[in-house]
Write a protein that binds this ligand. Structure first.
Ligand code: SF4
Length: 461
């Protein structure tokens, strides 16, 4: 029996996918190379970009055509807005919340897919069900939390890691921030922190196995523990515990993404400074460099607050690289407000910024507002800001020329005959080699040339 999984969107979905693979593997399924070979096809959807959702609709209409010729079961989970959820119910055999993942064998059993796990009915206690006309039990969703003994979470499923040297560990799910352009609080729900004992145990197991790069994941990692205040570690305490385990290992870089400037505390930065294994790279989304735009975005931080946090990073982690996310052309953004974002890019001297042109997302608050910055203006702002970013980022990469950097080799580069990877600060490095035994190991590379976002060199002797 073979299955095929389409994974769209962010690292959180990639992490969820590792748990879907684990469940399918335990059911006796193997991964198909092509979707045509599979008898079960699943999608982990992303609602952040319309393109990703359009892709799901186009895929399912193709798969439903295939069903006329061969038996096929389809399912969808991930970040799904209520409107799409309603439509998917008509198109997919199964639509479920990632929190219900442990019940997937039981749900598939309703379609005649049997496995040793199908009878594991513990999740049934957590689900509402109805009997359809054919006598099948249809699981209609999770019971209200009050009726459950314990609400499940995706992280309760042990993952099958995609990589033998880098891994993502979910530490929290959901978001309480409600940025006006974002639908995540509606698709993933409110913040829930994973028990720290589980996180620490997963980190310990990975570092013992020799993993080189581990990323703690959450929508708002630094509000970790706030939903269980008094009963759970703070984010800084969690980092300290993770750092203490990892420091004793020969070589590992521990990252986290994404923090929110509002919840960032000085002790988080102090903790990173005090543990060699906690990577000196911070991804701190700013989204806009203008306070009025930040307010309309409901970001709940100002540029001054961001400056305070960036100041701690520069003071306590002088070698750290700084990454960010920026939206250009948000509803109502004026030329002067965009200029403030350009000023922020210059002031904070980012090594990388993921710049997006604003597009309204159904389900997000700003979807009701006029998308009144013309596309040509958004494109112009995107190009201008990319130019500014290249300018500031090049200051750092140019300084690497002539030095020898430590990098994690991650795989083959697009440039034939080259391997690629990144430094602790996640600066991309490539060097000529086809020795695949280096993949997954650290290497030292002497840098000979630089572009704004990457450097190139040769293996140091
Ligand atoms: S902090 Fe804002 S952008 Fe990030 S997930 Fe929450 S609502 Fe979305």
């Amino acid at each position: 029996m073979q299955y095929f999984l389409v994974v769209l969107g962010c690292q959180m979905n990639q992490s969820d996918a590792e748990r879907v693979h684990a469940i399918m593997g335990k059911m006796g399924f193997s991964q198909a190379d092509k979707e045509e070979q599979a008898s079960v096809i699943g999608v982990i959807a992303c609602s952040v970009r319309q393109k990703a959702i359009d892709k799901v609709y186009s895929k399912i209409s193709k798969w439903n055509r295939w069903k006329r010729k061969c038996p096929l079961i389809t399912f969808v989970s991930g970040c799904i807005l209520p409107d799409d959820h309603r439509k998917f119910l008509q198109l997919f055999d199964l639509v479920f919340d990632m929190k219900e993942l442990s019940a997937l064998p039981m749900m598939l059993a309703q379609y005649g897919v049997s496995s040793p796990l199908s009878g594991m009915a513990t999740p049934a206690a957590l689900h509402e069900s109805i009997i359809d006309k054919g006598g099948r039990t249809i699981f209609t969703g999770l019971k209200p939390v009050a009726k459950q003994k314990q609400p499940p979470q995706t992280w309760e499923v042990e993952p099958v890691y995609n990589s033998r040297f880098e891994a993502f560990i979910p530490i929290q799910n959901g978001c309480n921030k409600f940025c006006t352009y974002c639908a995540v609080p509606y698709t993933r729900g409110r913040e829930v922190s994973r028990p720290s004992a589980e996180i620490i145990s997963e980190v310990r197991s990975l570092v013992t196995k020799g993993y080189r790069s581990i990323t703690l994941l959450g929508q708002n990692v630094n509000s970790y523990g706030l939903d269980r205040k008094g009963n759970e570690l703070s984010f800084a305490q969690l980092l300290h515990a993770v750092g203490a385990i990892s420091d004793s290992q020969p070589d590992v870089w521990i990252y986290f993404t994404s923090p929110h400037p509002l919840d960032m505390t000085r002790d988080v930065i102090e903790t990173i400074a005090s543990h060699p294994s906690l990577a000196k790279q911070i991804h701190l989304p700013i989204q806009s460099g203008d306070d009025e735009v930040l307010e309309r975005m409901n970001r709940r931080h100002t540029v001054a607050r961001y400056r305070e946090v960036a100041g701690w990073i520069r003071e306590l982690l002088p070698t750290a690289t700084l990454f960010t996310d920026i939206i250009v052309g948000f509803s109502g953004e004026t030329d002067a407000q965009f200029e403030n974002t350009r000023n922020a890019v210059r002031e904070f001297g980012y090594n990388m910024a993921y710049i997006a042109m604003y597009s309204p997302r159904p389900g997000a608050a700003s979807f009701q507002w006029s998308d009144n910055v013309p596309h040509t203006v958004k494109k112009q702002r995107y190009a201008t800001l990319t130019g500014d970013l290249e300018h500031v980022a090049a200051r750092h990469t140019n300084q690497l020329a002539g030095t020898t950097v430590k990098m994690l080799v991650r795989g083959y580069d697009r440039k034939p005959g080259y391997l690629t990877g990144h430094t602790e600060g996640r600066i991309v490095v490539r060097f000529p080699s086809t020795d695949d035994t280096l993949i997954g190991a650290f290497a030292n590379v002497t840098i000979e040339s630089a572009t704004p976002f990457s450097v190139e060199g040769t293996l140091a002797k």
